[in-house]
Design a protein around this ligand. Structure first.
Ligand code: PMV
Length: 351
């Protein structure tokens, strides 16, 4: 009788950076050129199931119910190869990943995707009889970083600081959770612009292109440490206004560096600017509201639990904003189901 393949499922939340990661010092190991700081969000969840199976000829990946493209599959196989090497396992894996996002929105799901895959695949490899690869949260963050730089932050919940590190092997480039009195109070209002059409430039290529061609890139890299220090001091002091101000300024500086690249990388649509104007108007009217944007046209607004509904209603009324949702701080990536330990009768699989 062929035994059914046992699978392990993990869950991770995406994160939105308040001090952005935009540029690498090593593209192969995904080592950031500077640190970053983010908020993990409960409304943006990826659930990923992994089962290693000696009967498979190659890895399989189903994303949101459909077979992945060859490019997505190749990136996943490269990531699983790291787990196989650590576990001394040769079996291929079947990976089924689902995003519970506000919509098929073009919001970066690589952060939650690779954090969930790192957690599920390491646990599944141990369950499949590989050498134990039960990793510490820090080691999981380092592994997730190999899939996508921002994924290193999604291993943790709440506010997270990403260390750029300076070692060549990346052992000091990982995320670390930051305690703050703001964690419970903050909300992020996510305004989808343009119905979530696929973004024009992936972050991976666009940040490399900015680093290679933008006359503003050097200024951007010099700015980040100051913004990180300001953001960390604001978090420690529970000062949302100071955090919001530096987050909005930092996002605009990142986009300025991308816009100055040759040729330009412009993510904004007219409705992006209209939403930004609305955020400034909300602030002038006394609401807590500060905007940030990533590698797409959407606007995310840092606010409080008390102001979130009013901020969301105002953004819903902006022409070209197609969907608005409210997120609170999310928790760390975690295994949600794993195979039952082998019974005495079956015995552990021999390696
Ligand atoms: O890790 P990546 O390749 O998804 O890059 C993330 C880039 C930004 O979202 C624009 C900024 C950030 O720090 O998340």
């Amino acid at each position: 009788m062929v035994e059914p393949v046992s699978t392990t499922t993990a869950r991770a939340c995406a994160n939105i950076a308040l001090v952005k990661y935009w540029g690498k010092r090593d593209p192969r190991l995904n080592l950031p050129a500077a640190g970053s700081l983010s908020l993990t969000l409960d409304a943006l969840v990826t659930t990923t199931e992994v089962g290693f199976d000696a009967g498979l000829a190659h890895d399989e990946l189903v994303l949101d119910g459909a077979p992945a493209t060859p490019t997505e599959l190749a990136r996943t196989t490269a990531f699983l190869d790291l787990v196989r090497a650590a576990a001394r396992l040769t079996d291929r894996a079947r990976v089924v990943s689902n995003n519970e996002f506000p919509t098929a929105s073009g919001l970066a799901s690589s952060a939650s995707g690779y954090a969930a895959l790192a957690v599920a695949a390491t646990a599944a490899a141990s369950a499949a009889g590989g050498a134990a690869v039960a990793l510490s949260p820090r080691a999981l963050s380092i592994l997730a970083r190999r899939g996508s730089g921002s994924a290193a932050r999604s291993v943790f919940g709440g506010f997270v600081r990403m260390h750029a590190g300076n070692s060549e092997d990346g052992s000091d480039a990982f995320g670390e959770p930051l305690d703050s009195p703001l964690t419970e109070r903050v909300r992020m209002v996510i305004a989808i612009v343009g119905g979530g059409a696929a973004k024009s430039h992936g972050s991976r290529d666009a940040m490399d292109h900015t680093a290679a061609t933008s006359p503003l890139y050097r200024a951007w890299i010099e700015l980040v440490p100051q913004d990180l220090a300001t953001a960390e001091a604001a978090l420690a002091a529970g000062d949302l206004e100071a955090l919001g101000a530096v987050a909005e300024a930092n996002a605009l500086a990142m986009h300025a560096s991308a816009i100055a690249a040759r040729p330009a990388v412009i993510y904004w649509q007219p409705a992006t600017l209209a939403a930004l104007a609305e955020v400034r108007a909300l602030r002038a009217a006394g609401r807590a509201a500060w905007a940030t944007m990533d590698a797409g046209p959407h606007v995310k607004v840092l606010t409080t639990a008390g102001d979130a509904a009013g901020v969301a209603a105002a953004l819903r009324a902006v022409p070209g904003v197609t969907e608005v949702s409210i997120a609170a701080a999310g928790g760390p990536a975690a295994v949600v189901s794993r195979p039952a330990p082998p019974s005495n009768k079956a015995g552990p699989r021999e390696s």
